[in-house]
Design a protein around this ligand. Structure first.
Ligand code: AMP
Ligand code: MG
Length: 405
């Protein structure tokens, strides 16, 4: 049986980058940027006045002058003026170009404005260059402001706007099929009979894809299906689904039950099995294979907790790699000791919180086994506790997987 790390590596080896798409601004999807964004001009592009006040020549003040006649006004959005007489000053507004000849800005609150001009308040010390946001001090022209691989949230969209990139190269979303299997399942809008349950996994998958940004750029590329535990129908329908999608995320039917047909049907459809079963709890029956057109096929165990954890631990990272997203693993400190003596990786549901010192802590929230998905709604994610240890001590840090990444 594969370890978690082996399974992850085997999946990673099968991934080919997905194409990019040029996207005009629309709906601001949380999508992966596939090009670097450069400063098209220095940032800021001119010596920018950072306070309302006056602009003057610092040396005049240094020589003892505190009273300045106002030579004119320099507003934001107005072409640069010139100070002719170093004994005078310009009235300036935040966002204006610093007038030529000036090198220092004194804020209104440090001045007394009279009919004869501006008077610097007694005792106020001027520093040369104060209140000026100098040209190029944030970024030089041509400097990379954002690197390819970044997920675009609001600050990144603002950067794109500031450099005039109204069309961006973003990662496409693969065509993804979310497929639940199981004769006991009915859809959420139906009233289940006593022996039936409502299907929830597909909806967990769909919302996770949308909320992590992986599916947002192409939500129309994600389709949902439900298949019965019936071999010939499973085979027939999966053949079509396989031909129309690049990634299949199946739930259920991969264990040892007599009606768990998914692995054998996939093999008959020429999906090459890369591995079946991983040394982990929950989620041991995880199946992964590659289709004839390099489709990635994930067979997740149907138990909702197993399915959820396998999605976040294997499928989402695979989709990130496919989309070229740079991503960083988070870690959290366990706040209570936990024992787990089986030689398996243990995925422990947790509640995450910050200490006043700013450290991320994880409090165990184990729930009632892998069928207890209702308890997941009170968790923030899970910790990955390595197979090699039995005792996981309070105070130790472990990889953290959050539902909200
Ligand atoms: P399976 O992996 O098909 O043996 O399913 C394991 C357990 O998970 C069974 O109790 C199923 O009823 C349940 N299950 C499977 N698929 C889903 C689903 N889509 N939503 C909710 N529960 C499911
Ligand atoms: Mg089943």
């Amino acid at each position: 049986m594969r370890s978690v790390q082996e399974a992850e590596q085997l999946i990673s080896e099968q991934i080919k980058p997905i194409a990019e798409t040029i996207t005009a601004w629309k709906d601001f999807p949380i999508a992966v940027l596939r090009e670097n964004l450069y400063a098209d001009r220095p940032l800021p592009p001119f010596d920018r006045v950072a306070m309302d006040g006056i602009a003057l020549v610092w040396q005049s003040w240094q020589r003892g002058q505190t009273q300045f006649k106002i030579a004119g006004q320099q507003k934001a959005g107005q072409a640069q003026e010139t100070l002719q007489d170093p004994q005078e000053c310009f009235e300036v507004m935040t966002g204006a170009v610093l007038p030529q000849g000036c090198d220092t800005v004194v804020a209104v609150e440090d001045l007394i404005i009279t009919a004869s001009g501006a008077q610097i308040k007694t005792g106020f010390e001027l520093e040369k260059g104060q209140n000026i946001h100098f040209k190029g001090s944030d970024a030089t022209q041509g400097q990379v402001l954002l690197e390819a691989g970044k997920l675009l949230y609001s600050p990144q969209w603002a950067v794109a706007a500031s450099v005039g990139k109204t069309q961006l190269k973003l990662s496409q979303s693969p065509r993804i099929a979310l497929v639940s299997t199981g004769d006991e399942l009915v859809s959420p809008e139906e009233t289940p009979l006593p022996h039936q349950i409502r299907s929830s996994n597909r909806f967990f998958f769909a919302s996770a894809l949308a909320q992590t940004g992986i599916g947002q750029a192409g939500i129309e590329n994600i389709q949902s299906f439900h298949l019965p535990d019936q071999k010939s129908e499973l085979e027939q329908r999966l053949a079509t689904i396989l031909s129309e999608h690049q990634v299949l995320i199946l739930s259920g039917g991969v264990s040892m039950g007599q009606y768990d047909f998914v692995p054998e049907v996939l093999k008959e459809l020429h999906v090459h099995e890369v591995f079946h079963k991983v040394r982990q709890r929950p989620g041991k029956p995880l199946w992964f294979g590659v289709g004839p057109q390099a489709q990635l096929v994930f067979g997740l165990p149907g138990n909702p907790v197993s399915s959820a954890i396998c999605l976040y631990r294997y499928v989402l990272p695979a989709l990130r790699q496919m989309q070229g997203q740079k991503w960083q693993q988070k870690f959290a400190i366990l706040d209570e000791s936990v024992t787990f003596s089986k030689n398996m990786t243990y995925f422990l549901a947790i509640k995450a919180y910050y200490t006043p010192e700013g450290q991320i802590m994880a409090h165990p929230q184990p729930g009632n086994g892998s069928g207890d998905f209702a308890s997941l709604a009170h968790s923030d994610g899970f910790l990955e506790l390595p197979a090699e240890c039995d005792l996981f001590k309070a105070g130790n840090a472990y990889p953290l997987w959050l539902w909200q990444v």
